[in-house]
Unconditional design. Structure first.
Length: 376
């Protein structure tokens, strides 16, 4: 049975490669897709190796100011379905949400895992409760990105049956432009991300420093203010022969390199999703992440790698020990992981989102997540 098609409008800050693939896949299904953004891509993201994603098949609208965005929002038919990138702290989108609510448009919000590590967390919860439960401005549905986010939204008083677990669904990688030259007999551990305190590369180095006799190499991809400090720490605790520093790489190069790792580790104290985890699994690489990463839901469902409590050095060390002792990833196992991870790709995400939309507006049954397991 064919899936009904719709007019779907994305309201985003930038043209993100973590959303553009999903939008393109929706367009490929036959939907009319409009992607609205304040800018094509930010300078900060460009410095992190991001590139402008392909938007072929989409109607791309770059809005210069809030007034233009509101005028555009009012131009769509009443049947259009709008997807807003966040409820607060999202620039012009907050004003667009008000305009959509005033004209009784059909809209939902995409929400990432909320960072609650700081003293203002109770105030933040109260603000979100008001935004989610105000009958005149609340969204029709919430796409909650991250393992803990559906419950967090429900705890704010929003109806559970209108909350759908979601993810960043990535386009399959077709480009391999980096020459990978690694030791084929040594277990390869990878970290990819900005070198900032939030990412907790220090706890990964400390965990590995307890493996004096194990054979492994730590591959560090990324740049940031802690780069020199991290390098000194790694050299002191692990030794030069166990470290490879790649610096900042393009997204295409990262996707190629991650496929040569035997394990990717994302030990962050907070991460809305952690797209590198999806990239690793899609490349057939197991992932270990903290339970503060939204992508922990994908790691758990994959059955590979593992999840450790945020900041728990001993738990991380135990997971790493098991991975290293199991040896390098075989071709067969890598294929098994990548086959499973097709559920994190843009085509699977587009099918899922279409089913979510139809369950809300056409009364079809509630869909299971693409990565569902028996506990989903």
């Amino acid at each position: 049975m064919s899936i009904p098609t719709h007019e779907i409008v994305f309201w985003m800050g930038i043209v993100s490669p973590h959303m553009a693939g999903l939008a393109k896949a929706l367009a490929f299904q036959g939907n009319k897709v409009i992607y609205v953004a304040a800018q094509s891509i930010s300078v900060d993201r460009t410095s992190q190796g991001w590139v402008q994603p392909d938007t072929q098949g989409l109607r791309l609208e770059l809005v210069n100011n809030t007034d233009d965005a509101i005028f555009l929002a009012k131009s769509f038919s009443s049947e259009a379905i709008h997807l807003a990138g966040g409820l607060r702290g999202n620039g012009y989108i907050s004003q667009v949400i008000k305009a959509l609510s005033q004209q009784h448009a059909r809209w939902g919000v995409i929400m990432e895992t909320i960072d609650e590590r700081f003293a203002l967390a109770p105030i933040k919860r109260l603000v979100y409760s008001r935004k989610l439960c105000n009958i005149s401005t609340r969204p029709d549905f919430v796409l909650a990105i991250g393992s803990a986010m559906p419950k967090w939204v429900a705890d704010r008083g929003y109806p559970e049956d209108m909350i759908f677990s979601f993810a960043y669904f990535l386009s399959p990688s077709l480009i391999q432009s980096i020459s990978v030259n690694i030791n084929p007999i040594v277990f390869q551990i990878g970290f990819i991300g900005r070198l900032i305190s939030l990412k907790r590369l220090d706890i990964l180095i400390d965990a590995l420093s307890g493996f004096g006799s194990k054979r492994y190499e730590l591959n560090i991809v990324g740049a940031g203010p802690l780069q020199k400090k991290i390098m000194r720490m790694a050299e002191k605790k692990l030794g030069n022969d166990r470290i490879r520093m790649y610096g900042q790489l393009s997204m295409a190069d990262v996707r190629c390199l991650v496929g040569s790792f035997d394990c990717l580790v994302l030990p962050s104290d907070a991460d809305g999703w952690g797209a590198v985890v999806s990239e690793a699994l899609m490349a057939g690489t197991p992932a270990i992440c903290s339970d503060a990463c939204g992508s922990a839901v994908a790691v758990g469902a994959s059955g590979f790698g593992g999840i450790f409590p945020r900041g728990n050095l001993l738990a991380l060390r135990e997971l790493l020990s098991k991975q290293i002792d199991a040896g390098r990833i075989s071709t067969e196992k890598r294929r098994k992981i990548s086959d499973w991870a097709e559920c994190l790709g843009s085509e699977a995400g587009a099918r899922y989102l279409s089913n979510v939309i139809n369950s809300i507006y056409n009364g079809t049954s509630r869909p299971r997540t693409p990565w569902h397991n028996d506990l989903d």
